[in-house]
Ligand binder design. Structure first.
Ligand code: PGA
Length: 248
């Protein structure tokens, strides 16, 4: 890590209840102050509750997806404009679960990033290869293709986004990329960003995939890893707080 302020963002996925969320947030707030930026990305119905619980704190909140459209006949979707009305700070776009289960392609992900930025929300754009892609030597080509769609669509504004490298084979599996494997990909992404924006060295590139309190510090110590996108471990306040401390 350089002088970039790390970001640790929790991705709650489709977990939680009003009672469980209140307890989790109280535990996270009790861990303050943090030296890194901290956010939680929560299921849409809880955005209002979470915004209220975190108001005035140092912990930001975000959503897990947004529509690629401004508004219209898109049943079930939530627009970036709606999220912005609540003061949403971040939105995850292109998570591998969205790409895999909702057939989101690179261009749709780029469109979502663009619309979020236009509404003043920082997109956390996820890229990452599957196990088959890694084993067939395609990691570099896949992540570059995924990022280049976003670069193409945003132009130099790509400097405003957060990137998350999440190898699909490491998500929720307990198999973390080694710090060296992760750093190798992060460095490639940084080079690609440098060609697109002068802000590349100020941008945060997060690692995600089975980050836990016991492996966070070595991952975050890598020169191009600027924090993490945390799934399972973000649901337990003590684990999430420990990971935030490892980044600060
Ligand atoms: P995990 O999920 O930490 O549970 O592996 C990370 C993610 O999917 O963002």
């Amino acid at each position: 890590m350089t002088d970039r302020t790390p970001l640790v963002a929790g991705n709650w996925k489709m977990h939680g209840s009003r009672a469980a969320n209140a307890e989790l947030l109280a535990g996270i707030l009790a861990g303050q102050p943090f030296k890194c930026d901290v956010a939680v990305c929560v299921p849409s119905p809880y955005l209002g509750d979470v915004a209220q619980a975190l108001a005035g704190s140092g912990v930001a909140w975000g959503a897990q997806d947004c529509s690629a459209h401004e508004h219209g006949a898109y049943t079930g979707e939530v627009s970036a404009g709606m999220l912005a009305e609540f003061g949403c700070r971040y939105v995850i776009v292109g998570h591998s679960e969205r790409r895999a289960y909702h057939a989101e392609g690179d261009q749709a992900v780029a469109d979502k990033a663009k619309i979020a930025l236009a509404r003043g929300i920082t997109p956390i754009v996820c890229v990452g290869e599957t196990l088959a892609e890694r084993e067939s030597g395609q990691t570099e080509a896949v992540v570059k293709r995924q990022l280049s769609a976003v670069i193409h669509t945003l132009g130099p504004c790509v400097g405003e986004i957060v990137v998350a490298y999440e190898p699909v084979w490491a998500i929720g599996t307990g198999k973390t990329a080694t710090p060296e494997q992760a750093q190798e990909v992060h460095a490639l992404l940084r080079v690609q960003l440098r060609a697109a924006t002068q802000r590349a060295d100020a941008m945060r590139v997060l690692y995600g995939g089975s980050v836990k309190p016991d492996n966070a510090a070595t991952l975050f110590a890598q020169p191009d890893i600027d924090g993490g996108l945390i799934g399972g471990a973000s649901l337990k306040a003590s684990d999430f707080v420990a990971i935030c401390r490892a980044a600060g």
